[in-house]
Design a protein around this ligand. Sequence first.
Ligand code: CA
Length: 548
Amino acid sequence: MLAAQKLVINKTRQPLAARRCDFAKTCDETNKVDLSKSADAPGLVDLRPTKNRVSPAVSSSETAGQAVVFRIEGFPEQRSLVRHETQMRNFHLLIESGMITILVAGSGLWPLAGQSVAADAPARKPNILVIVADDLGYAEVVCQGAQPIPTPRIHSIRDGGVCFTNGYVTCPVCSPTRAGLLTGRYQQRFGHEFNPGPAAQASDNFGLPLTEITLADRLKQLGYATGIVGKWHLGYKEEFRPGRRGFDEFFGFLGGAHSYVDSGADRNNLIYRDNHRVEEKSYLTDAFGREAVSFIDRHKQQPFFLYLAFNSVHAPLQAPDKYLNRFPEIKDEKRRTFAAMLSAMDDNIGAVLDKLQQEELDEQTLMFFISDNGGPTPQTTSGNDPLHGFKAQVWEGGIRVPYMVKWKGHLPAGKVYQQPVASLDILPTAVTAAGGTLAGDHPLDGVDLTAYLTGQNSKSPHDTLYWRFGPQWAIRKGDFKLLQPPRAAVQLFNLAEDFGEQHDLSAQKPELVKELEKAWKEWDSQLAPPRWKAQQARAARARQRAAR
Ligand SMILES: [Ca+2]
């Protein structure tokens, strides 16, 4: 983490209008304290509040210098790197003059001799917000450029943070992915390999195994208020419910899918507030937005963890006129409804972001946005282009998803990160930011991404990523991916040149196939057998009918 020290200037500010640089116009124009032009400070840290000047510096490979977060009165928090002693000396002049306040400095900061500094002032732990979309395909929220259906509020996370072009989940369907995300561990390590099927047909032992420690458990232990709003899908029985897995509060449903317009549509999968059934009259996506804002309002005075797991844009395709009317140009009814559902989720994410801003919690909130698996395009139109495959498959279209992270003032803004990352990384990144430790008897597969995103570590966070989903499996090592599709021979792709997985290289590179197969088997040998089988709704209903 960058925040190795916290230094707060403890002195009275002096009015320095005569010397103050007009940062709104940039220092170049006033030329009063433009130390970057000074002869004794070539290349001084750029204090201008232009976001494009900050991000490249932070992401530079020449990051041997000190990361400094500072504030100029009247302007948002800034971040920059100081690489030379003369730069730091001039930085000190600005500190001494009262023109800037150093908030956070990187480890190994030059000593601030003679400064009136109160060191080690306790920093408030950041809030953690994890927003999960359901079945949202790679093509629907993109890292760069326009997209088919406008989602300006989700894009504001992208534009203010880091967007992943190679962001993966650990399974191409809902429940196992969530088990991996909330534990930071490959869910196959503890047998959580498949969906349970509908509530009425779920296996008796279905639920995130009680041996596992969730992100909520960890953050609760660190003093966080913890809440889940939305879809749980990690167990129906009492011992598996959110209240027993680290969450103080729960508003949502326990199953894998839910009507958006009838809270009592499935008597086996009702809407709950904690352990009490509630009637919900609002469109469910709006209700989840309302509850998320309420949670923040109730817990804004303390560090909180909010797991906001929308079921949008999972089937059934349902949306009220309020959102449908935004897309009169879309003639295909299915696509129009999907667009309305996505737009509704975007609005409600916007309400959450607005609330954070109103409460001045922007810079105190580390937030993630991710989809739990790829789009089931034939069922909902959720697109994965140009990736190959869909939800429930280990081609890229099933496992590479929209994924982004934002922490204003702490992570770069407007950056696209192209190394492979995983949903597993959310837990270690969040726990580390919260001041927790990752050691313990539950070894994690995820990594803290902070140093990678700030440019302090230029390596890839993961040498290798693995998938196992019944008979399907895959391994990605560097640019190459070997995968076992259902009922077919293994396929090898170079994702750097062919991320649409169109050109199978297995016949051309048999040695690489063997090497990757061996590596996958080594990982596979560490895994537990599935604790329950995949339950297909149609097959389960047929069995039930036959049993009557
Ligand atoms: Ca899903």
